[in-house]
Design a protein around this ligand. Structure first.
Ligand code: NAD
Length: 436
């Protein structure tokens, strides 16, 4: 099948590569000329395990190409996927400028029946909006349909998630249109939900809002555990074994970040309000999450005293492990706050350092290893739970630090082990390990 994917970012590039791998003829379009020439030269604009190999294989086999030419690509395609960004506006609503631009471009290019599939995360009702934009900008009426096919991939396991999704949601105006997408996805042999367009759009937001709620719920419980002397990791285990609850997304820590949960929760609160419903529950979820970085820095200040002149090593910068994505990363809030309080901040991340250089203030010091970052430091603050950190040589780490104080924002290490190793250790929702 001839497929066009517009917006060659995390979602578009992975989607394009996987569809090509399934034997389709895929052209990925982007209006970022640097990104397209990088891809044409075989350079990946993002880090994603397995992506480079998959892209290279399909480019070599001639099934995957890259271009800035939207018009030509739309004309040769049966299905056009929209995978452009939908960033938040200052009031929380999703900015649909890129979706509208692409819809206009598709309208002007279209010469025969085309299925326009929206894969970006967009508020309920956007399907109608896209239909209206296309109708308005067509030079002559050409039939088309608009489908919602929300994406559930997770950065860090995007290829695996796209090849083996839990479910494929297809919101289509008719069964016949849904069949086109069914045919495309059939080789994956995964569960499919065929529904109407607004319900498909809502499934995506409801899913992200629910997962965010689980995270904020356990973080609120962690706050109570800290006050009551209980251990949130035990509480989480005891809750998670109930199959009605489940342990996924029930780990206390610094809260959710990244390019999806923060903006999607804000957007759903906004959409609900526009429709006349005050989503107070979700507003509380957002509030709990907003307090996490401040709570962590308060913990540091309480333990160390004034930070003026202190050296803090921040381990982990990406918003979560296995990605280089710094969007809405908790590290940004933590580092900003530590600098504001006068600390010297040294940082290390296994893959996000290049992106971090564009995001963090210039005064941050970048280090080649966790041990270099911790060298002479008054404390280590663990922000992203990379596997590499789980298996650190903690004795070596303690040996290079000025003071063996660790703040663990993700409950990566065991308090008992940290005690044995001679650390003063603070984590989330658990009793601290104090110097004896
Ligand atoms: P991204 O920023 O990585 O990629 C978007 C791409 O679209 C960029 O390369 C940008 O240059 C391009 N673009 C913007 N305007 C364009 C235009 N007018 N014409 C052509 N290209 C244009 O974004 P992403 O993370 O891939 O997210 C895309 C959408 O998918 C968002 O709605 C997001 O919420 C959703 N989503 C993201 C993830 C994720 O983990 N990143 C997961 C599920 C859903």
């Amino acid at each position: 099948m001839n497929i066009c994917v517009v917006g060659t970012g995390y979602v578009g590039l992975v989607t394009g590569a996987v569809f090509a791998d399934l034997g389709n003829d895929v052209v990925c379009v982007d209006n970022d000329t640097v990104k397209i020439s990088d891809l044409e030269a075989g350079r990946m604009p993002i880090y994603e395990p397995g992506l480079e190999e998959m892209v290279a294989r399909n480019v070599a086999d001639g099934r995957l190409t890259f271009t800035t030419d939207l018009t030509g690509t739309v004309r040769r395609s049966v299905i056009v996927f929209m995978t452009v960004g939908t960033p938040p506006k200052s009031d929380g609503q999703a900015d649909l400028t890129a979706v509208e631009d692409v819809a206009r471009g598709i309208a002007q290019a279209m010469e025969r029946y085309t299925v326009v599939v929206n894969k970006s995360t967009v508020p309920v009702g956007t399907g109608d909006f896209v239909r209206e934009v296309i109708e308005r900008h067509q030079a002559a009426p050409v039939p088309f349909d608009v489908v919602s096919n929300p994406e559930f991939l997770r950065e860090g396991s995007a290829i695996e998630d796209t090849l083996r999704p839990d479910r494929i949601v297809i919101g289509a105006p008719t069964q016949q249109v849904a069949m086109t997408l069914l045919e495309l996805y059939a080789p994956l042999e995964r569960p499919m939900i065929i529904t109407d367009v607004p319900s498909a759009e809502m499934i995506k937001y409801a899913s992200n809002a629910f997962l965010s709620t689980k995270i904020s719920f356990i973080n609120a419980i962690a706050n109570i555990c800290e006050l009551a002397g209980a251990d949130v990791t035990q509480v989480m285990k005891g809750m998670g074994l109930d199959p009605r609850i489940g342990s996924a997304f029930l780990s206390a820590g610094l809260g959710y970040g990244g390019s999806c949960f923060p903006k999607d929760t804000d957007s759903l609160v906004h959409t609900a309000a526009t429709l006349g419903y005050d989503f107070a529950l979700l507003r509380a979820v957002v509030d709990v999450n907003r307090d996490r970085a401040g709570h962590f820095v308060d913990l540091i200040v309480k333990a160390l005293g004034p930070l003026d002149g202190r050296v803090i090593a921040v381990l982990g910068l990406a918003f979560k492990p296995n990605t280089d994505d710094m969007r809405e990363a908790k590290s940004v809030e933590v580092v900003d706050r530590l600098l504001e309080l006068g600390a010297t901040v040294r940082v290390y991340d296994p893959v996000a350092m290049d992106h971090a250089r564009k995001t963090l203030p210039d005064t941050v010091l970048y280090c080649e290893s966790p041990y270099e970052a911790a060298g002479g430091a008054d404390a280590v603050a663990l922000v992203t739970e990379w596997n590499e950190f789980k298996f650190l040589n903690l004795e070596r780490l303690r040996g290079v630090m000025r003071r063996p104080v660790v703040f663990d924002g993700r409950n990566l290490w065991e308090p008992e082990r940290m005690r044995r190793l001679g650390f003063e250790y603070y984590s989330i929702g658990r009793k601290p390990v104090l110097p004896s």
